[in-house]
Structure formats: structure tokens, C-alpha cells
Design a protein around this ligand. Structure first.
Ligand SMILES: Cc1cc2nc3c(=O)[nH]c(=O)nc-3n(C[C@H](O)[C@H](O)[C@H](O)COP(=O)(O)O)c2cc1C
Length: 224
């Protein structure tokens, strides 16, 4: 089983998002999964032109030549695809959006009905499972509302939304102890996903643990 993260933080491997991503992949690897962590900020990905050549002229192939050729290959080989991003202005980062738009060659122009809605049919047979990993700077969970809505059409099997993201790389020993407890839950989630394709209710509950009260967190941010 192959797990891949596409991390859309401009901070790449130094991002808070990657603190969560690494723990998730570590857990998956412990269960025997092959893992890969891709930092989109290090890749050349130009914006989709919306020319639809990948559907009508050269099905499955984009007219542009950049790192997406390699990334679509990696995406297609994976069993579990994780879209990882910090919240930037209530949504995913521009890096991740540029990447997701360029996945158009994996869709076909055929419209299919899904429950009460309509979607494009997949051009490939392989169906990936989706995981969403995100962190945000503010304490409230409502900061993820837009992202949750945007990600819903890919029916993620697991969503890790971590508020108080500034704590993830804290140098304060007491904070680090709480963060470690949280990251242990993230590792466990990765482990369970790789072992049985799902995550237990108990682990899901732990993923929502409070790292710090709102008042303390606001004070922590003000201290710099
Ligand atoms: C341009 C910009 C927009 C942001 N918008 C939000 C926001 O809407 N809500 C929020 O809680 N945090 C917001 N943040 C804070 C980031 O989510 C936070 O700093 C996060 O920890 C960065 O994660 P990273 O290190 O993985 O990039 C924003 C940060 C930037 C730079």
C-alpha cells in the first residue's frame, strides 16, 4: 500500500503542516506502507489554462510541460492520497489549488450522477482514498469550514484539522509534551489507515484534543 502527501504549505518541509504529515506517514510506515512526502513549494506547477486539451485533444495528457507530469504519475500509483495545507484566508493555499486544478487529466468529460449531485467520471480505473491534513493559526475550528466544504466532493476517509497550529513547533517543553500526545494520535491514525483502511472512533476523538485553552493560546501568540 502506498501513501503520498501533497503538502501545499509555502514553508514546505519546515511547515507546521509537515509536523502533522510526518507523524501520519510515520504511523503508516510502521504498519508496512510505502510512504512519500511531496512538497509542492519545491515543484514547478503552472496554473491550469482551462483549455480542456487533456480531455478532448490528448486524453489524459496536459499540454504543459512541468513537474505535474511526474506528480500525476505519483498520484496515480498511490492508494492513499493526502492533501495537506495550512488554512490561508479560510481555504487551501494557492500552491495546493494549482496542483489540484492540474489533476484534470485524471477526469473525463463524461458527467455522472453521484447521489443527488453530478460529477465528472474518473478517466482511470484506480480509485484512491483521500485524507485531508490541515492546520490553522487561530484557535477556532470554524477556520476549517471553507476547506471542509471544498474537500467534501472527494469524500475524504479522514480529515485532520488542527487549530492552534502555532504550537506544533513550539520550543516550550510543556507545550511540546501536549503536542507529542497529539502527534501520537496522528501516528496511530496513520497506522490504522494502513492496517485496515479506516481509523477507529477512539483515535478520531483523540485527533480533536485541545492543545491549549483559547485564552492561553491568544496570550501565547502575543508573547511571540
Ligand atoms: C496569507 C495567510 C492567510 C492566513 N489565513 C488564515 C485563516 O484564514 N485562518 C487561520 O486560522 N489562520 C490563517 N493563517 C495562519 C496559518 O494557517 C498558520 O500560520 C499556519 O500554522 C501555517 O502553517 P504552515 O507552517 O504549515 O504553513 C494565514 C496565514 C497566512 C500567511
Amino acid at each position: 500500500m502506498k501513501f503520498i502527501i501533497f503538502n501545499g504549505s509555502p514553508a514546505g518541509r519546515n511547515s507546521n503542516t509537515n509536523v502533522i504529515g510526518q507523524a501520519f506517514l510515520e504511523g503508516a510506515a510502521q504498519a508496512g506502507a510505502v510512504t512519500e512526502n511531496v512538497f509542492l513549494a519545491e515543484k514547478k506547477i503552472v496554473f491550469c489554462r482551462g483549455c480542456f486539451s487533456c480531455w478532448f485533444k490528448t486524453p489524459g495528457k496536459c499540454v504543459m510541460r512541468d513537474d505535474m507530469t511526474e506528480l500525476i504519475q505519483k498520484y496515480s500509483e498511490a492508494d492513499v492520497v493526502c492533501f495537506a495545507t495550512p488554512v490561508f484566508t479560510w481555504d487551501m493555499t494557492a500552491n495546493l489549488k494549482a496542483f489540484v486544478d492540474r489533476l484534470a487529466p485524471l477526469k473525463s468529460p463524461l458527467i455522472v450522477q453521484k447521489q443527488e449531485d453530478f460529477d465528472l467520471a474518473d478517466a482511470t480505473e484506480k480509485q484512491q482514498k483521500f485524507v485531508v491534513i490541515s492546520n490553522c493559526g487561530f484557535p477556532g475550528n470554524h477556520n476549517f469550514d471553507t476547506l471542509k466544504t471544498v474537500m467534501a466532493p472527494c469524500s475524504p476517509v479522514l480529515e485532520l484539522y488542527r487549530n492552534c497550529g502555532k504550537l506544533l513547533k513550539s520550543k516550550d517543553a510543556a507545550v511540546q509534551a501536549v503536542v507529542k500526545h497529539y502527534l501520537d494520535a496522528v501516528k496511530q491514525a496513520g497506522y490504522e489507515m494502513a492496517m485496515r483502511g479506516d481509523v477507529s472512533a477512539e483515535t478520531r476523538e483523540s485527533l480533536n484534543m485541545e492543545l491549549m485553552s483559547v485564552q492561553e493560546y491568544v496570550q501565547y501568540l502575543h508573547m511571540g
